[in-house]
Design a binder for this molecule. Structure first.
Ligand SMILES: [Zn+2]
Length: 317
């Protein structure tokens, strides 16, 4: 995820009917067994991922992360799990083996939505005052998003099918091959732009209806706010998600948006014309991209706030 350099510059019913309208979302929510979504289990999954560190592009831990994600999805008997592999020719002339992982639920359902995260960690803990060249642990950035999606996949395998077909996408290379923090002024994600360039491989007839992207979602002191580019791209979806979030975990969700735009994997999806938003707590100081981004900064409660909100969101009509 991109640090704050990219700040945007812009930016009478009958009582019974009214009551019914108010109760509708509640009724829809009540059907989803959110208690199945387990924050402790998700925290354990983050601990597993941290064992593979470093998990940045081109490392052994990167491949172990791919293997772990695929093994977990296999346990959940996800309908179809495919990998999208290619070679990325970086501007510095280096070549990188890249892998996006796509887990498709109900692939025959013509209605599709994307639930995304990135699994690569940044190449080094460049904001660490003591050791800026050390490998990045990345409990929050990026293990938390991976663990969140894996737990959601597990719970989906236990529940009736939602109305919409879900494609979970675990993007590679969100942090870039060199990364902004490591001194690349032209930093941009690698995996999500490649995915949208090849969108027809997965969506030959029509684009997915919407996409939601997760990054940095385990902070003990979680404050999730809508982000301006997300509001521009998918205002109605942001509102739905935050309405559920505020009802589920009022301390973790705030309706007031961040004053700056954030660039992440949702950006490429937005540019591809898919209404897309990001769920991220970017206020993670002083740990952000330092050696202090470790599991003790995360909580099961924060993960549950996001996971249980996502689960209800996936079951909206
Ligand atoms: Zn990230």
């Amino acid at each position: 995820m991109l640090p704050q350099k990219k700040r945007s510059r812009s930016q009478k019913l009958f009582p019974t009917v009214a009551l019914a309208l108010l109760l509708l979302p509640l009724a829809a929510r009540a059907q989803v067994q959110t208690e199945l979504w387990d924050g402790q289990r998700t925290l354990a999954s983050i601990a597993e991922l941290l064992r593979f560190t470093p998990r940045s592009m081109d490392t052994a831990g990167h491949q172990k992360t791919i293997d772990f994600i695929k093994a977990e999805l296999a346990k959940d008997k996800v309908d179809v799990v495919t990998t999208q592999r290619w070679v990325f020719n970086a501007p510095d002339g280096k070549q990188h083996a890249m892998t996006n992982i796509i887990a498709r639920f109900q692939p025959q359902n013509p209605r599709r939505m994307i639930v995304a995260t990135h699994y690569d960690s940044i190449i080094k803990a460049y904001r660490d005052a003591k050791d800026p060249d050390a490998p990045m642990p990345g409990a929050n950035n990026s293990a938390s998003g991976v663990a969140l999606l894996l737990e959601t996949a597990r719970v989906l395998s236990l529940l009736p099918k939602p109305a919409i077909g879900i494609d979970m996408v675990f993007f590679d290379g969100e942090e870039g091959s060199i990364s902004l923090g490591a001194g690349d002024p032209n930093f941009q994600p690698v995996g999500s732009p490649y995915f949208v360039q090849h969108l027809k491989d997965f969506y030959p007839a029509k684009k997915p209806e919407k996409a939601v992207d997760f990054d940095m979602v385990c902070d003990k002191d979680l404050h999730l706010k809508p982000e301006p580019s997300s509001l521009t791209s998918a205002k109605a979806e942001v509102k739905k998600f935050w309405d559920i979030g505020i009802a589920t975990a009022p301390s973790a969700f705030e309706m007031r948006n961040t004053p700056y735009s954030i660039s992440d994997d949702h950006t490429a999806l937005q540019e591809a014309g898919i209404p897309s938003f990001v769920v991220i707590d970017f206020e993670y100081e002083p740990f952000y991209n330092t050696l202090q981004d470790t599991i003790d900064k995360c909580s099961a409660q924060s993960l549950e706030a996001v996971g249980r909100t996502l689960l209800q969101y996936l079951y909206l009509p």
